[in-house]
Design a protein around this ligand. Structure first.
Ligand code: ADP
Ligand code: MG
Length: 300
């Protein structure tokens, strides 16, 4: 496209809340054959909420909450925020102050799995089954059942282990964005496939994908794995757009022919992307592709 055409299109985009960082993305977007979506915060609202908590050992609910708050308070993950809010509310019901938080030592983030640390003398892990497996924490049949029952309901289970034993769990829900289903079916009418890549587990991911009409799901994928999926599709000759909001999406946003960041996403994602969807609305994935189609057809 001529510099003038790019400038005009960028201006139109900007007025509609679609920030296009360069001519390159604008020239490629009309050729997109597949859109790869992150799940949490992209297809879903990204404000997860805890809907229930259970105990699996002799620890009390109050202790479960204390341990979970101590470790999750240091995490930036939206799931962590949900756990902290819920656990603090629980503690207030037990009469303890919501403000008192135990210190955590040796805090560690396990990307795509959870967090861990020492709370007093106790070793606490908070995260998914993968985290528990990696630290050889046994998962009983009872825990397995709780996890799978919640996952088919599109919920994510946050397991808490204390000193190598599952003490309890929180069940987290994160509803899909109201427009998601419509956008994906509109992409279909444009001849564009939709794929989900997520760090979340297969059952939860599939439940969400079915709800919105996603064609294919890659679950339990770490940040570099997300980028690899994008590259696999490109190797098959497809022009790929990636839509994401998190630090964990940045390698994939960079790898994609057209990286689109959700405006409400983290700065790292906004920097990695070619296009920023300022209003954080998925409809603007279509606005961007459409703008490119119109710009390019005017030129040729
Ligand atoms: P997504 O790709 O869906 O944005 P992430 O890669 O950030 O997901 O995380 C994948 C999974 O790892 C989450 O669904 C959750 O099970 C677990 N997880 C990650 N961080 C945390 C945390 N701080 N607390 C609890 N669970 C976590
Ligand atoms: Mg995300």
């Amino acid at each position: 496209a001529t510099p003038t055409a790019v400038m005009v299109a960028s201006g139109i985009g900007a007025s509609q809340g679609v920030l296009i960082k360069g001519g390159d993305a604008l020239e490629k977007a009309h050729k997109v054959k597949v859109v790869v979506f992150d799940k949490t915060g992209t297809l879903t609202i990204g404000k997860p909420e805890v809907v229930s908590a259970v105990l699996f050992s002799e620890f009390l609910m109050e202790e479960l909450c204390d341990m979970a708050i101590a470790v999750e308070a240091s995490s930036e993950h939206p799931i962590a925020k949900a756990v902290v809010v819920y656990a603090k509310r629980q503690r207030q019901q037990f009469g303890s102050s919501a403000e008192q938080v135990f210190d955590v030592k040796d805090f560690e983030v396990h990307v795509g799995a959870g967090v861990s640390g020492k709370v007093g003398v106790r070793t606490v892990l908070v995260g998914n089954k993968r985290l528990m497996h990696s630290r050889s924490v046994p998962i009983s049949g009872e825990v397995e059942r709780y996890v799978s029952e919640n996952e088919v309901l599109a919920r994510t289970c946050v397991l808490v282990s204390i000193d190598g034993k599952i003490a309890g769990a929180f069940s987290v829900t994160d509803p899909v964005k109201p427009g998601a289903k419509r956008v994906i079916s509109f992409l279909h009418t444009m001849g564009i496939l939709s794929i989900m890549v997520t760090g979340d587990n297969r059952a939860t991911a599939t439940a969400i994908a079915d709800e919105v009409g996603i064609d294919k799901v890659f679950a339990e994928t770490d940040p570099l794995g997300k980028a690899d999926k994008v590259k696999d599709l490109q190797m098959k000759g497809m022009v790929v757009a990636m839509v994401g909001d998190g630090i964990n999406d940045s390698p994939a946003l960079v790898a994609a022919d057209v990286g689109m960041a959700i405006g409400a996403g983290t700065d790292v994602a906004l920097e990695a992307a070619d296009i920023v969807l300022v209003k954080s609305s998925l409809e603007d994935v279509i606005t961007a592709i459409d703008l490119s189609r119109r710009t390019m057809s005017r030129i040729r």
